[in-house]
Design a protein around this ligand. Structure first.
Ligand SMILES: C[S@@+](CC[C@H](N)C(=O)[O-])C[C@H]1O[C@@H](n2cnc3c(N)ncnc32)[C@H](O)[C@@H]1O
Length: 353
């Protein structure tokens, strides 16, 4: 059994990485911002060159791997995380110039108003919705990477203005006291562009962002795979779409997505993943570990989820000779109710080779 590191001990792990601490911070369920120093410490003890961040989410771990000089592939089956990964992990040097930002802030080029009509009275004031429609009327003119940077900045701006960063709340009057909640989205967008521009760099490698089910990713060629799947809670499900449907829609202007019109939040249909359900997660993890059995596997998992530490260990031992387990305290910054329930949560990090 892993002995949990004390919180003070964890705080002693600082990172030598210069860029990753300034990575544009998207409040994302299960994001690893806080454990990146410890994770990079563990990565430092493993010889590897080609890495897959297989459930990349906010992209912060893939970005840290990029800064470590590795050849990185990021994958997430949602569009907005993979857009972010393309903007800052695959992209080697393209940034948004002042003229691009001016274009994106200019009046609506074709009169589109899908966002204004669909979300009227829900998340943001009408001016903000109008800005999003207008910005999108210019997006398709932008070349690769500029486009992904612009979309990442729009998503970050929208997430920052939304209470707790989740789109389960539709009350426009809700105010959690942050200055971002009172700023126009266009100003938040300009700030976000500056942050994403600063994050762009070339690590001398050919990095990639892909957008598919991890169980479909070709496993060949990775020395190390990092798995941070949704954690299947004992009750409920770990549904990212429920929380981030607006960002997922915004990243593609809802093209190809189905809005569930009967829902108050106007969310899009759920993307099924077996990792989010306690009845399906074990079989999915077994398949995942088998698929990537040629690589060193680093797995993050939460202590109050299914399966437990013992079962995870056995699943990994089914494929790998040597399995080490580390455990770090983890505070979820999610909803007060959830946070209260998860106070004593630990996050396991398994290293299997
Ligand atoms: C715990 S989060 C990853 C957090 C990330 N490591 C970070 O630091 O922000 C899990 C991610 O897995 C993605 N996901 C869930 N099921 C998936 C699947 N079957 N294939 C690919 N991605 C999946 C979700 O969209 C979500 O972004």
């Amino acid at each position: 059994m892993a002995t949990p590191l004390a919180a003070e001990e964890l705080a002693r792990y600082t990172t030598d990485l210069q860029r990753t601490p300034g990575y544009p911070r998207l409040r994302y369920m299960g994001s690893k911002y806080k454990v990146v120093p410890y994770l990079t410490h563990l990565f430092g003890g493993i010889p590897f060159d080609m890495a897959l961040d297989a459930f990349s989410g906010s992209g912060v771990v893939g970005y840290a791997l990029k800064e470590l000089g590795k050849q990185v592939t990021c994958n997430d089956f949602l569009r907005f995380p993979s857009t972010v990964a393309k903007a800052v992990i695959e992209n080697r040097g393209v940034t948004l110039a002042p003229a691009d930002v001016e274009l994106l802030l200019s009046p609506n080029a074709d009169g589109r108003d899908f966002i204004g009509r669909t979300f009227n009275g829900l998340y943001f004031p009408a001016d903000d919705h109008a800005f999003l429609d207008a910005a999108w009327s210019h997006i398709d003119q932008l070349p690769e990477y500029k486009r992904e940077l612009a979309l990442s900045a729009l998503c970050l701006a929208a997430a920052r203005k939304q209470p707790r960063g989740v789109f389960t709340i539709t009350d426009v009057r809700y105010d959690d006291g942050r200055r971002q909640m009172r700023m126009p989205l266009r100003e938040l967008f300009v700030e976000a562009v500056a942050e994403y521009n600063r994050a762009v760099f070339d690590n001398g490698r050919v990095n990639r962002a892909i957008c598919t089910d991890t169980l479909q990713v070709d496993p060949a060629g990775y020395d190390l795979v990092y798995f941070d799947p949704p954690y299947a809670p004992p009750t409920d499900d770990a549904d990212y779409i429920k929380r981030y449907h607006f960002l997922e829609g915004l990243s593609v202007y809802w093209r190809g997505l189905t809005i569930m019109e009967e829902t108050k939040t106007k969310k899009v249909t759920k993307r099924f993943t077996p990792f989010a359900y306690k009845t399906k997660v074990c079989a999915a993890l077994r398949e995942l570990f088998h698929r990537f059995r040629q690589s060193t596997i680093v797995l993050s998992y939460s202590s109050n989820s299914v399966p437990d530490e013992h079962e995870l260990y056995n699943l990994l031992r089914g494929e790998k000779q040597n399995v080490e387990v580390y455990s770090v305290p983890h505070k979820y910054s999610f909803g007060t109710h959830e946070a209260a329930q998860r106070r004593d949560v630990h996050e396991y990090i398994f290293v299997a080779r």
